[in-house]
Design a protein around this ligand. Structure first.
Ligand SMILES: *Cc1c(COP(=O)(O)O)cnc(C)c1O
Length: 412
């Protein structure tokens, strides 16, 4: 799993202290430092241990259901060509990570981290969750390996995400409502970090996105890079060429970096990360790169939504998984380096894209990748017909039908 690099590679990051350019690092309390260093040591050992890779690959194949298919979305491609200028309308392909066990990409990372936890001899697992998707994926791997699991979840989220709270409990996890701050994801992550310091001897913290103190952004990226590695190999074997443009939705940025990273040194492959513009960039949103500035949260330096006093602002998106006021530090660096473009999509645009995919492909996507699909539609009509867009379909929409019904004014 060691990343291969060349001197000018975009894959050379982070440095030995976890910096992606000026971003990342490990801004943690003195008491957390030994844990973080211990985790890093164990991760390096795991990276060079073929037995670790073999176990990870076996679980991804036989428990998660990988490799996920690479799919040419002919129905969507043709529908978009009807409105495109003559000769325009790129071919659209999807990486079908919504077909994974538990319905999204999050399980890839949870499998990797629980193997690391067991390697370190830890006997209990904690995690934070916002909408509950990462909580469900963590509770799933804990049930699989028989480890007790405690999930910290903002009290506000507990009351608005009851189905996922119930799922976590069915899987045997304890869900702890967090009432500090706005009682949402940011507060749940603060509480999980606090709890970790006090229980470090037996506890492993599974972080759900490519954020947090070093080495988390790196190891989450590496576990999620299975998405891009598979997609790159599948493209080459199916049509013997690479895509022209990659598109992925960004909450903290783990599915996006997982798709992008294996392609970073393919100079002709353009990349586009999509943040949630919520009600609009001039109103409430979750677009940290477009509307935030660099600051420090959850152990790393990155772009954050904050007010003039540096207080972290509440994010908003119709998609609970994109509702985070920060972004993984590698994305902040990829933006500043110019290697990846970033743009945003509103709630309304995502809802339209959600319905478009349902009707043209018979696939009900999650609201998170619906943001990516809206951007794909925007880009495809500007590109020639022989160009190829590959987007990550990172989650399925079963969890979102109530939100969508309400937004469309339907009672179910
Ligand atoms: C959690 C989630 C996201 C956002 O997380 P990233 O770390 O940005 O990938 C996106 N899509 C789905 C389906 C999710 O569950």
């Amino acid at each position: 799993m060691v990343t291969e690099t060349t001197p000018n590679s975009f894959k050379n990051q982070p440095d030995e202290r976890g910096h992606f350019g000026q971003f990342g690092g490990r801004y943690v309390a003195e008491t957390l430092m030994p844990l973080i260093l211990d985790l890093e040591r164990e991760y390096r050992a795991a990276q060079s241990d073929p037995a670790f890779a073999a176990q990870f690959d076996d679980l991804l194949a036989n428990y998660v259901g990988r490799p996920s298919p690479l799919y040419y979305a002919e129905g969507l491609t043709e529908a978009l060509r009807m409105d495109a200028p003559t000769g325009k309308g790129a071919q659209i392909w999807f990486k079908r990570d919504e077909l994974n066990h538990t319905g999204a990409h999050k399980i890839n990372n949870c499998v990797g981290q629980i193997l690391l936890a067991m390697r370190m001899g830890k006997t209990r697992i904690i995690a934070e969750t916002g909408a509950g998707q990462h909580g469900v994926a963590t509770a799933t791997v804990c049930a699989r390996f028989g480890l007790p699991c405690t999930i910290f979840m903002g009290a506000t989220d507990v009351s608005r995400q009851q189905p996922n709270v119930f799922r976590m409990k069915l899987l045997g996890a304890e869900v702890v409502p967090v009432t500090s701050g706005a009682a949402t994801l940011k507060d749940a992550m603060n509480e999980a970090l606090r709890h970790w310091v006090a229980h470090v001897h037996d506890t492993f913290y599974i972080i759900g996105t490519a954020a947090g103190p070093h080495p988390y952004p790196e190891l989450v990226r590496d576990f999620q890079s299975v998405i891009g590695k598979e997609a790159r190999a599948q493209m080459l074997s199916r049509i013997n060429r690479l895509p022209d443009l990659l598109v992925a939705a960004i909450g903290g940025g783990s599915n996006a970096i997982g798709l992008f990273h294996p392609f970073l040194d393919d100079k002709d492959v353009d990349m586009l990360g999509i943040e949630a513009a919520g009600h609009g960039l001039d109103k409430q949103h979750a677009a940290s790169l477009a509307g935030g500035k660099p600051g420090i949260l959850h152990g790393n330096k990155t772009y954050l939504l904050q007010d003039d006093d540096g207080q972290i602002a509440e994010a908003h998106s119709i998609s609970a998984g994109l509702d985070y006021p920060g972004i993984g530090p590698e994305h902040s660096w990829l933006k500043e380096s110019g290697r990846v473009r970033y743009d945003s999509v509103t709630d309304k645009e995502a809802l339209d894209a959600f319905q478009l995919l349902c009707r043209t492909e018979g696939i009900i996507p999650a609201l998170e990748p619906s943001h990516a699909i809206a951007a794909v539609a925007r880009e495809a009509v500007k590109m020639d017909k022989d160009k190829i867009i590959l987007a990550n379909l990172c989650g399925r929409g079963d969890k979102d039908i109530f939100t969508v019904a309400e937004a469309l004014g339907t009672k179910i």
